[in-house]
Ligand binder design. Sequence first.
Ligand code: IMP
Ligand code: MG
Length: 179
Amino acid sequence: MTAGPEGSRITPLFEATAIARRVTELAEEVTERIEGDFVVVGLLKGSFVFVADLVRALDAKGVTPRIEFLRLSSYGLAKESAGEVHLIGDIPTDIAGQRILLVDDIVDTGRSLAYARALMEQRGIGPLWTCALIDKPSRREVEIAADFVGFTVGNVFIAGYGIDYAEQYRHLPYIGAVE
Ligand code: IMP
Ligand code: MG
């Protein structure tokens, strides 16, 4: 356990080795389903570690995607989302016709991924797939299912491996439950 903001505690849920194994499998699933070139579009900030590992796992399979990032508004310092998604940072506009793999850390209510997908689809892109390291299906408020999912969890607040609680814990190599 690690002490965090305001006495919060984090208990390991997915160790670094388990995450690495699953990321390798995800890269395999992606290469089996997506044929040809595609662009990885990561959602910041939460997906930065996942994207970094996923693209290297893809490289090991001979896949060399272009990499872009979208930045959406965050939770702020709370554990509950404000319910509204805003675009803070956009990708370059020259992605028309490209095949897109949208990558996020967590699908919770589904709002962020749905927003990002709609935004990409306004740009005349080719086919789009979605990938989330963590899925929380019991929390869904918008109907959306990621095409590729690393781990499914219940209604637990997690952090680590790029994912934060009040901007803490992103640096952890593992994912834990915040109490
Ligand atoms: P959604 O829009 O409600 O699906 O929320 C997605 C975003 O909320 C994720 O990309 C995370 O940044 C954040 N989020 C959702 N659940 C958690 C959690 O358990 N820990 C930290 N961030 C979370
Ligand atoms: Mg996020």
